[in-house]
Design a protein around this ligand. Structure first.
Ligand SMILES: [Zn+2]
Ligand SMILES: [Zn+2]
Length: 147
């Protein structure tokens, strides 16, 4: 268990999580892929251990009879997935990508693994572009500002 911090893309919503699991789960279900734009990597934390800043910027949508998903109203980042019925109520799944520091997190399991398709596989030898290479391209159309 680790204490971690994170934020959405624009920074309007920030959070602190205490005793967050050191494992994360990847889900390939249709809902997660549509929400996250691809496989969803989530880390679980007791909801009571989450403290958010920027509540006015948080939108919550009930996506099924048993779950809700939240997002930043300013930038659209997904903020959490949370069951509202059943045995896992009281836990929140936070997107791994929101965390400021992902060190020590280990993949524990994959859900809806039968939904995994060829786009979810990373073949050996696929072209790689580093952040420096990508930012050099971005700098050519942003007067050097790459963020
Ligand atoms: Zn935001
Ligand atoms: Zn899912």
């Amino acid at each position: 268990m680790t204490d971690r911090t994170g934020q959405c893309l624009c920074g309007a919503v920030k959070f602190k999580a205490t005793n967050m699991a050191d494992t994360f789960s990847t889900c390939y279900c249709d809902a997660c892929q549509r929400w996250a734009g691809g496989p969803y990597n989530g880390v679980s934390v007791p909801t009571e251990n989450l403290e958010y800043e920027g509540h006015a910027h948080i939108g919550v949508i009930k996506t099924t009879d048993f779950a809700e998903r939240a997002f930043c109203k300013e930038c659209g980042s997904g903020l959490w997935w949370r069951l509202t019925r059943g045995q896992y109520v009281g836990k929140t799944s936070v997107p791994v990508g929101l965390l400021d520091d992902r060190s020590g997190l280990v993949l524990s399991d994959e859900m809806y693994s039968d939904y995994k398709d060829h786009t979810n596989v990373r073949p050996e030898g696929v072209a790689q572009m580093t952040s420096a290479e990508a930012e050099a391209v971005v700098a050519t159309f942003t007067d050097g500002d790459t963020k």
